[in-house]
Structure formats: C-alpha cells, structure tokens
Design a protein around this ligand. Structure first.
Ligand SMILES: [Zn+2]
Length: 128
C-alpha cells in the first residue's frame, strides 16, 4: 500500500487543510491551491453531505460509457470545498441546491483488484 493512502471507516474523500491560510482544498496536492504554501499542510477527511452547485447532462461519451449521465459540482458546506463528480441519478428532476451525499463503489477491476471511486447520489433516494 502507498504510504500516502489512508484507510477510513466509513470512507471519506480526503482534502488538504492549510494552516497558513485556513483553506481546505480537494483534491489533495503537494501545495495549497489557495495560497501556494508548501508547509503546514495536513490531510483532512471531508464531509459526506453536500448540495448541488451546478450540473450538466452528458449525452455523448466514449464507447462503453452509458449516457446520459449527470456531471456536477457539489459544495461541501462544512469544509467550504467544491468537488466535481458524477451525480448518479436520472437527469430528470436534478436541480441546483439538491442535497446529496458521497458514495463509494467499485468502478472497475484492475489486475483482479477492485478500483474504488466516488460519486454523489441524492441524499434521499426516491426524492426526485
Ligand atoms: Zn493556504
């Protein structure tokens, strides 16, 4: 296992907290995306609850990828972070401000090992 990989239960997205400016950013980088600091950085588990900031419906994709699907920017208010990811729900009824949550799942197999990715799903399934 890589030494920069953390195992969290339940799983969480990992952001970067900067002690210099106080920003939390995602994805984790070698420097603060807000102020450029390279020291005083620590990994922080992000909230799993967010709201839909904006979205688009993707209707054309490479072969093997089912369409349509929703690609979204989600705000995680507790951490003041905006994350881009697929919103795994039917496009009909998706609206800005929709409460969503992070969900982790196997997205493909790589040499027999599951590769886990993340999506957002509506906070209350069936609410659309
Ligand atoms: Zn910073």
């Amino acid at each position: 296992m890589r030494d920069d990989v953390m195992q969290l239960d339940p799983p969480q997205l990992l952001g970067l907290h900067c002690a210099t400016c106080g920003a939390v950013t995602f994805p984790k980088r070698e420097f603060c995306a807000a102020c450029g600091a390279r020291e005083g950085l620590s990994t922080r588990g992000l909230s799993s609850s967010g709201t839909l900031h904006c979205f688009t419906v993707v209707r054309q994709a490479p072969p093997g990828r089912a369409v349509p699907y929703v690609l979204a920017y989600v705000d995680l208010p507790r951490d003041q972070v905006r994350v881009m990811a697929q919103l795994d729900t039917a496009p009909e009824g998706v609206r800005i401000g929709l409460p969503v949550k992070t969900e982790f799942r196997t997205v493909r197999m790589d040499d027999g090992q599951p590769v886990v990715g993340y999506v957002f799903v509506p906070e209350e399934e069936g609410s659309l």
